[in-house]
Design a protein. Structure first.
Length: 196
């Protein structure tokens, strides 16, 4: 939780700790950024208006550092433009202080669920990336041409190899990626952002 209001921060911490959550409390966005790093799983409760670095600026900085933790904004001001900007930038929720206990816990639960889904997806993507990285340089060339929809004969001509050699490479690629169809190979390339 990042909020420069000590009393509010303590009150929310007591409420959430009583509900079984673990919290790390920060007085400012700068304090959070200077901390030793964020967990892979969790969410950020973020005040909109803070002195050094406001919530929207911190949200942008976190995004730039690759932090994918869901953010729930808490503010004492019902600023429609700020809430729209926060949501467009990926915030999970925008709550007005004082916030009802049930509303806050519900927002935290939804943010944590989305965070778990994001982490699971990131882990799946990392696993796929490791599989593709394990291909030999020649297999990666063939992989790239296969996902472009080229036939064995076309790939063989383009790489100056025999069609039989290309078939062997395709078979090796399918085995290493643990897939049974070209559609699955294309799907992997798509998930890794490798399709033109």
């Amino acid at each position: 939780m990042v909020d420069d209001d000590l009393l509010f921060r303590k009150a929310v911490a007591r409420l959430l700790e009583a509900a079984g959550y673990q919290l790390a409390l920060y007085n400012s966005g700068r304090e959070l950024l200077e901390s030793r790093g964020l967990a892979d799983l969790g969410c950020i409760l973020l005040d909109l208006r803070m002195t050094e670095l406001d919530g929207l600026a911190l949200q942008q900085r976190l995004k730039e550092t690759g932090c994918a933790l869901p953010i729930v904004f808490l503010t004492g001001y019902g600023e429609v433009p700020a809430s729209v900007q926060a949501m467009k930038a990926g915030a999970d929720d925008f709550l007005l202080k004082p916030v009802a206990e049930e509303t806050l816990i519900d927002a935290v639960e939804k943010a944590l669920a989305r965070g778990r889904n994001l982490l699971d997806e990131r882990n799946r993507i990392d696993a796929l990336r490791r599989l593709v990285t394990a291909l030999t340089p020649r297999e990666r060339q063939v992989f790239s041409l296969v996902v472009q929809g080229k036939m064995n004969k076309q790939i063989a001509f383009e790489l100056g190899a025999s069609e039989r050699t290309i078939k062997a490479h395709r078979h090796a690629i399918m085995m290493k990626l643990n897939v049974r169809s070209v559609a699955a190979v294309v799907s992997i390339a798509g998930r890794l952002g490798m399709l033109a």
